[in-house]
Write a protein that binds this ligand. Structure first.
Ligand code: SF4
Ligand code: SF4
Length: 303
């Protein structure tokens, strides 16, 4: 699909995202070396989340301010609303604020405009292959992503950079159709095969995830399907025939990235779940390969 003509306006270029982290270089978030933006906020409540404080959005309650030993947090008023302000130069990264937040939010966020991210990309463009927007669930800030990717595609200096999305697949088809003209590819997490298992792990069912995967495959923009294997919890082994059939229908060379569950950063019930070993992953990979899938990618590390 060709990129439609672009017109910029000040509102578009000033659109802001709430960013929990900006990684200048990553080689595990899509093809090649990439700048990665992790956006704050998620619509899933995954029990296995490795960064649970990226789920919520701050409501400006102010509860974390007094707990900060470095006085790095203050409350400010912006657009008639209370908003937390984080002074990163004072912060010692003790993470006390994350532990006390009742919203699973993160006061250590930075608001970036499209224009500011474009300036960073101009600076880095000779050292990276593209940008990946990740989360939390990135697609919750879709208007920002669309304006950013649109601006990259329209810039003669940046248009060689690929624009990728890392997603839980919950975006509606209407949302995808708005993004697709400016998107080069997406990495989609399929967190479980059966709807009930998916709901148990994430709090939501997986109907939209299948729709997203199918649309992206049809549009040749499905970079990879990601399966996080949690032995005895996820159902990929029990449902291996149905899962393989589904992936084969997308194409035998569909890139399937296997990830191994580990306990780093998880809380509560997920701490009682078993870690996934190299043997577990290799067994799942062998089952997929036996059923005809040819492009299985194994984890680079096991913890
Ligand atoms: S980060 Fe959490 S505790 Fe701090 S102001 Fe926001 S919602 Fe309240
Ligand atoms: S992580 Fe930073 S902002 Fe949070 S409590 Fe510690 S010093 Fe304060």
């Amino acid at each position: 699909m060709s990129t439609p003509p672009v017109s910029f306006n000040k509102a578009a270029i000033n659109k802001q995202a709430i960013v929990s982290q900006l990684l200048p270089f990553s080689c595990v978030d899509g093809p090649g070396s990439r700048l990665v933006l992790f956006l704050q906020g998620c619509n899933y409540q995954c029990k296995n989340c490795h960064n649970p404080h990226t789920i919520g959005l701050c409501d400006g309650c102010g509860d974390c301010i007094a707990t900060c030993p470095d006085k790095a947090l203050t409350l400010i008023k912006a657009n008639n609303k209370h908003q937390i302000h984080w002074d990163k130069d004072r912060c010692s990264q003790c993470d006390t604020c994350l532990a006390v937040c009742p919203q699973q939010a993160n006061p250590k966020v930075t608001r970036y405009t499209v224009e500011e991210i474009l300036a960073i990309l101009h600076h880095q463009r000779h050292f990276i292959n593209g940008i990946t927007v990740s989360g939390g669930e990135a697609s919750l800030q879709l208007p920002f992503i669309i304006e950013l990717f649109k601006a990259i595609k329209a810039s003669p200096q940046l248009s060689q950079l690929t624009c990728m999305l890392n997603t839980n697949g919950s975006l509606s088809l209407t949302g995808w159709h708005k993004l697709l003209p400016f998107l080069d590819g997406a990495m989609v997490d399929l967190k479980a095969w059966q709807r009930d298992t998916h709901r148990y792990i994430t709090g939501r069912d997986n109907h939209a995830v299948f729709k997203s995967i199918e649309l992206l495959a049809q549009q040749q923009k499905l970079y990879e399907v990601r399966l996080l294997h949690i032995p005895g919890i996820t159902d990929f082994e029990q449902e291996i025939d149905a899962l393989s059939c589904y992936l084969l229908r997308l194409g035998a060379d569909t890139r399937v990235k296997l990830n191994a569950f580990h306990h780093h950063g998880v809380v509560d019930e997920a701490l009682t779940w078993p870690s996934c070993t190299q043997t577990d992953i290799e067994a799942l990979a062998a089952s997929l390969t036996q059923r005809g899938l040819t492009n299985i990618v194994l984890p680079s590390i096991y913890l």
